[in-house]
Design a protein around this ligand. Structure first.
Ligand code: UD1
Length: 426
């Protein structure tokens, strides 16, 4: 068990290089098993969820080699028809993508129900609906999703709810199905476009990714590919807010500014100066910020994965801000932790009301999930005094060397191991 210790109040300066997108990598890594040739993936983020995904591939029989820290070669030829191990599947949400890729490859998949951040109810009905509409039989027994089919046939699928995971699972299952699949009311996130681009580079025939109608003409065979994953929109947004909250001035490099627009436009409304370049943004923090109302929505709306980090900035803005969480039922568990630091937040269901305060004070807090942890880091960096953040394993699931990157920008943040004796007393 480790924790971050932050001595806050230092302005972030200089520059930071954004890593590859977590949610794109977690879709693309399982997709490699749809072909029978080695693939090389570049710009893969060094995060724990990626390690788990690669571990699952290895357990299934793939040969995974690191060419360098962010470049991986995966040879899927020896992959076997076997269940995904429970201990790995339950560690992250994206393990559900192995359902589609095993189903496509072997016409049979057994994957334990996934884990991931506890954000309230996270059903899988839309995932199973798409497999069933592609002619698979699905059941859940003893915590394991079992999907099987004689053949997968293309069809028209209308999602009752916009779901990133179900859209990706439908694309993965349909790419080698017989005939045409049309996905309607599909999610439009940048990582959905990135997955489509990867699959098309392997010989798939997918059109419309990035709109709410995606057309997939099934192909018999996919071939190996070399592919560079897009930069992480959420990691970039987290650094943008961290720079703003510390009143710093820094260049965020290796980004696609278009993907950041939902974040950039809200930050500008609050009063943060954001300058866009071809593949970087400069953020210039200000002494004071204005209140704002925000509702999280599917892309191109404001991303739910940036909601806690934005709250960590709004707790110091002038006036009353309202955050309406439009995606998940329970994404304000960090509010209790920010209150320990002096924030004035009240939560009623999916709405949080934030009264801006002059300053926060350092405190011992817990990362309740991945983005909640990022919010606490931002709060700790912008606060004079010491903040100790426990349960940082949530943060390390999705951020590549976050503390190292922050230190290089002038932050005083260190990672400490909690001694066994104290661990037992907690
Ligand atoms: C993905 C992202 C996560 C992000 C979320 C929303 C990955 C690995 N994770 O999660 O970081 O916060 O998108 O942008 O990419 N729902 C159903 N039935 C379903 C599926 C979803 O009701 O079958 C609901 C969910 O409970 C939620 C909403 O739909 O309320 C959106 O969920 P979804 O887009 O599926 O999120 P994830 O794929 O789990």
């Amino acid at each position: 068990m480790e924790k971050f210790i932050i001595n806050g109040g230092r302005k972030l300066r200089g520059e930071v290089e954004i890593s590859g997108a977590k949610n794109a990598a977690l879709a693309i890594i399982p997709a490699v098993m749809l072909c029978d040739e080695p693939c090389v993936l570049e710009n893969v983020p060094a995060i724990n969820d990626v390690s788990i995904s690669l571990q699952i591939l290895r357990e299934l029989g793939a040969d995974v080699k690191f060419i360098d820290r962010t470049t991986i070669s995966i040879d899927p030829r020896m992959i076997q028809d076997m269940p995904v191990p429970y201990e790995l599947a339950r560690k992250m949400r994206a393990s559900y993508y192995f359902l589609a890729t095993l189903l496509s490859r072997f016409k049979h998949a057994r994957v334990p129900m996934p884990g991931g951040c506890d954000l309230g109810d996270r059903p899988m009905d839309q995932h199973l609906k798409c497999f069933r509409e592609l002619s698979a039989k699905c059941s859940i027994e003893n915590g394991i999703v079992d999907a099987r089919a004689d053949f997968l046939f293309g069809t028209q699928i209308y999602f009752d709810k916009v779901s990133v995971g179900a859209t990706i699972n439908a694309m993965l299952a349909a790419v080698k199905a017989e005939g045409l699949t049309i996905l309607e009311n599909a999610a439009k996130e940048p990582h959905i476009v990135d997955l489509a681009n990867f699959l098309n580079s392997m010989g798939a025939d997918i059109m419309g990714a990035g709109t709410d109608v995606i057309k997939i003409k099934g192909v018999n065979r996919l071939h190996g590919a070399e592919y560079a994953i897009i930069p992480d929109q959420i990691e970039a947004g987290t650094f943008m807010i961290a720079v703003a909250a510390t009143k710093g001035d820094a260049l965020i490099k290796n980004v696609i500014p278009k993907h950041l627009e939902p974040i950039t436009s809200k930050l500008r409304k609050i009063g943060v100066v954001v300058m866009e370049y071809d593949d970087s943004v400069r953020v210039i923090g200000q002494e004071t910020y204005e209140r704002i109302n925000v509702k999280t929505m599917p892309h191109p709306g404001f991303p739910t994965d940036m909601q806690p980090q934005l709250a960590a900035l709004l707790v110091l803005a002038r006036g009353t801000s309202i955050i309406n969480e439009g995606i998940f039922d329970n994404r304000f568990r960090y509010a209790d932790e920010l209150r320990r630091m002096g924030a004035d937040i009240s939560v009623d269901g999916k709405v949080a009301v934030i009264e801006g305060v002059d300053h926060l004070t350092g405190a011992p807090v817990k990362a309740t999930d991945l983005r909640a942890g990022a919010a606490l880091i931002i709060a700790g960096l912008s606060t004079r005094g010491t903040t100790e953040i426990e349960d940082i394993q949530h943060i390390e699931r999705g951020y590549d060397n976050l503390d190292g990157k922050l230190r290089a920008m002038g932050a005083d943040i260190v990672k400490r191991t909690v001694p066994e004796s104290i661990r037992q007393a907690i």
